[in-house]
Ligand binder design. Structure first.
Ligand code: HEC
Ligand code: HEC
Length: 291
C-alpha cells in the first residue's frame, strides 16, 4: 500500500516539476523574443539647444520626472533592481564619463531612448519607463537632453543588465514592465505646446509622470514593482477628493497625509514631487479635481 502511495506521489511530483519547467521555458522564450525584437522606427529629429536658460529648465525636468531615482542625482548611474532571482538592473551612467554614454552617442540616440524606449542597436531598453516620457513636448524633451549633455562626466562602470528566473516569469506574465518599446505609440507627434501655468491642461500634461505607477486613469492599482505597496487612487474618488489645494501641496512636499499617514519615499516618491513648483502642484491638483 505504502509503496503504491509513494509511487503515485512520485508520479504526481514528476508531472508537477515537468509542468513548472515547461512553463518556465515558455516564459523564457517569450521574454527573450521580446528582448531581441528589433524596432525600426522613424526618429523625428529636432534641434537640442545649448543655452543656459534651457539647460536650467532641463535640470528641473530631470529632478521632477523621477530620472534621479534610477540614474542618480549626478547622472552617474545607480542600482535600480538588485534582487537575485528578479535580476540586476542599473539605471545607466548618463554622463560622458567612463561607463557612461559612448563618444558617438548622438542626439538621435537620446531621442530614440526617451521617445521610443529603444537603444542604439534597435532593441528595447529594459524597464526604462520611456512610456511616461514620450508625450513630452519637443521643448521639454530638448531641455532635458540639453541638461543631460551638459553635466560633468563621472567615471562609473555599472554591471550589464541581467534578468533572473523570477524576473523572467514576472515579465512573461506582464507583472514587470520590462519592455517599454511595446508600450509606446511610435508614431506619436506632440501637439501644440501647453503653456505653463496653474491650469487643468498643464496639470494633465504633468500628470503623465504619475501614470506609470497610478495607471493612465490615475485610479491606482498594483505596484509596477513586484511586491511593492499598493498604489492609491488619486482621482476625486480617493482621498484627494476630500483635500484642499493646500492639503494636496503639503502631501506632495512632505509625504504626510491629512489622515496622518507618513508615506515612504520608496513607495510614493515625494522627494521628487517636493521639487515641483507651487504652480506645477496647483496645476496637478486642479486637473485631478476634474477626474
Ligand atoms: C524606473 C527607473 C528609471 C527611471 C525613472 C528612468 N530611467 Fe532611464 N533607464 C533606466 C534603466 C534600467 C536603463 C537601462 C536599460 C537597459 O540598458 O536595458 C535606462 C536607460 C536610459 C537611457 C539609455 C541609455 C542607453 O544606453 O542608450 C537614457 C538616455 C535614459 N535612461 C534617460 C533617462 C531620463 C532622462 C530619465 C528621466 C526623464 C530616466 N531615464 C528615467 C531606468 C530608469
Ligand atoms: C514610483 C511610483 C509612483 C509615482 C511615480 C507616483 N506615485 Fe503617488 N503614490 C504611489 C504609491 C505606492 C502611493 C501609496 C503610498 C502609501 O499608501 O503609503 C502613492 C500615493 C499618492 C498620494 C496619496 C493618496 C492618498 O490617498 O493618500 C498622492 C496624492 C499621490 N500619490 C500623488 C502622486 C502624483 C500627483 C504623482 C505624479 C506627480 C505621483 N503620485 C507619482 C506611487 C507613485
Amino acid at each position: 500500500m505504502l509503496r503504491k502511495i509513494l509511487k503515485w506521489t512520485g508520479g504526481i511530483i514528476g508531472v508537477l516539476i515537468a509542468g513548472v519547467l515547461i512553463f518556465y521555458f515558455t516564459m523564457h522564450i517569450k521574454v527573450n523574443n521580446k528582448k531581441d525584437k528589433i524596432y525600426n522606427v522613424d526618429v523625428r529629429m529636432f534641434d537640442i539647444p545649448t543655452d543656459s536658460a534651457t539647460v536650467a529648465a532641463g535640470a528641473h525636468i530631470y529632478a521632477t520626472r523621477g530620472c534621479a531615482d534610477c540614474h542618480g542625482a549626478e547622472l552617474e548611474g545607480q542600482i535600480f533592481i538588485d534582487e537575485g532571482p528578479i535580476g540586476t538592473l542599473y539605471g545607466t551612467n548618463l554622463t560622458s564619463g567612463k561607463g557612461g554614454r559612448p563618444a558617438d552617442y548622438s542626439d538621435r540616440d537620446w531621442i530614440l531612448a526617451l521617445r521610443h524606449g529603444i537603444r542604439k542597436n534597435g532593441k528595447s531598453l529594459m524597464v526604462m519607463p520611456s512610456y511616461e516620457y514620450y508625450k513630452m513636448s519637443d521643448q521639454d524633451l530638448g531641455a532635458l537632453i540639453a541638461y543631460c549633455k551638459s553635466v560633468t562626466p563621472v567615471d562609473h562602470v555599472t554591471a550589464e543588465p541581467r534578468l533572473g528566473p523570477l524576473g523572467t516569469v514576472l515579465a512573461g506574465i506582464d507583472k514587470l514592465p520590462l519592455i517599454p518599446a511595446e508600450k509606446i505609440d511610435h508614431a506619436y507627434k506632440p501637439g501644440a505646446v501647453i503653456p505653463k501655468g496653474p491650469t487643468v491642461e498643464y496639470g494633465k500634461y504633468l500628470s503623465m509622470s504619475c501614470t506609470g505607477c497610478h495607471q493612465p486613469n490615475l485610479k491606482g492599482g498594483d505596484s509596477p514593482i513586484p511586491g511593492g505597496t499598493y498604489v492609491r487612487d488619486i482621482t476625486t474618488a480617493g482621498n484627494v477628493g476630500k483635500w484642499s489645494e493646500k492639503d494636496f501641496i503639503a502631501v506632495l512636499r512632505t509625504g504626510q497625509t491629512p489622515e496622518g499617514r507618513a508615506m515612504k519615499n520608496e513607495d510614493m516618491p515625494w522627494k521628487m514631487t517636493n521639487q515641483y513648483s507651487d504652480e506645477e502642484l496647483t496645476a496637478l491638483y486642479r486637473y485631478l479635481k476634474t477626474l
